[in-house]
Design a protein around this ligand. Structure first.
Ligand code: ZN
Ligand code: ZN
Length: 353
């Protein structure tokens, strides 16, 4: 239970209560999603405050926090009552999530010394528990089902936006709560932009079509990319595709607990550099995925920290040739002691539609 893990954190920390106000950490703690609320946790009390709009649903959904309606009070006034009951001297606030103005306002209003939570909750979120992995896998299976069906719609004349809309529809149809992010569907020369936006451009024979998308199940995101060809490919397209795939496989082979994000990134980058495309791979190999689509850990050149067992990190090298085309292939990896489990099952050999 996340409440108990958060409480264990309190025993070693230089604070005796914590207050979570960010949407994502409130959801992590309680499992409940709302746009407004605050979590208060001390050794004695675990309370989730929210407003009239959410209180009924919160009471039905949350078992391990007492749910209280904020009513006409301010969140700080409500929390001050608990601080006084518990004799709290130091209270941690989410310095990494709050704006400076919000942090200052909370610190001034609370009747305890505010200290920075720093990366406390982030560290807990880094290593996924089984229930979290299951949700991410469920989201991934939905994305794969959508991909399989959208292949039927990718043909000359279909626009990038139409394919993006179809992916969105299919993921919602198969049970997604929402998109992890707006799907990226780029084709032909547009595919050289790693985070290009779908346009009215029609797909043409000879195009690569890169689709980067994912969905959310019970708060947890999935993320995948596949690049397919339409009609035919040139030798250069085939070479670039093979190079990206080999780079991804090299990164996956290097990925295990204790290895740094830098080493995983370097294993893939080496393959691309040796093929002569080093300058065309300008982003990192991967990022963590969980309640947020981009979270820790990052597998990139500057990341010297070892990857922990339980982290989920993407494997997404790419080669981008401006004015010509781009290729990216992305899976999600679950890091374990002696390697990693690829959570993505969609095939990766080049598909020519
Ligand atoms: Zn992606
Ligand atoms: Zn990604």
């Amino acid at each position: 239970m996340k409440r108990d893990e958060l409480r264990r954190m309190l025993t070693e920390a230089p604070y005796d209560a914590l207050v979570l106000t960010s949407e994502v950490n409130r959801r992590y703690a309680t499992g409940f999603h709302s746009t407004a609320g605050a979590v208060y946790l001390s050794a004695k009390q675990a309370v989730f405050f929210t407003d009239f709009r959410y209180v009924e649903a919160a009471r039905a959904a949350i078992g391990d926090f007492e749910v209280r309606e904020i009513g006409g009070k301010s969140y700080t006034a409500a929390i001050n009552e608990l601080i006084e009951q518990d004799g709290v001297k130091r209270v941690a606030l989410e310095d990494r999530m709050l704006t400076y103005a919000d942090y200052t306002a909370w610190a001034t209003a609370l009747h305890a010394t505010a200290v920075r939570l720093e990366d406390g909750v982030g560290q807990l979120r880094l290593c996924k528990e089984n229930d979290e992995v299951e949700k991410i896998v469920a989201a991934q299976r939905i994305a794969e089902q959508a991909l399989e069906e959208v292949m039927n719609d990718i043909r000359p004349g279909a626009t990038e936006k139409e394919i993006a809309a179809r992916l969105t529809y299919l993921m919602l149809h198969y049970g997604a709560e929402n998109m992890s992010f707006d799907p990226i569907v780029v084709s032909g020369a547009n595919s050289s932009k790693p985070h290009g936006v779908p346009t009215e451009k029609q797909i043409e024979a000879g195009d690569f079509v890169t689709m980067d998308f994912g969905c959310i199940v019970d708060g947890y995101c999935s993320d995948m990319t596949r690049t397919v060809a339409v009609g035919h490919v040139t030798d250069e397209m085939q070479t670039v595709y093979d190079t990206v795939l080999n780079a991804q496989l090299a990164g996956i082979a290097a990925c295990k607990a204790g290895v740094s994000g830098h080493e995983v990134d370097a294993a893939a980058r080496r393959v691309i550099a040796e093929a002569g495309y080093g300058a065309a791979f300008g982003h990192t190999f991967g990022h963590g995925v969980g309640l947020e689509i981009h979270e820790a850990p990052v597998a990139g050149p500057r990341m010297t920290a070892p990857l922990p067992a339980g982290a989920i990190v993407t494997a997404e090298p790419g080669i981008y040739l401006p004015g010509k085309f781009g290729v990216r292939i992305e899976d999600m990896l679950y890091v374990i002691e002696d390697g990693c489990i690829d959570l993505t099952e969609a095939p990766k050999s080049l598909v020519i539609l």
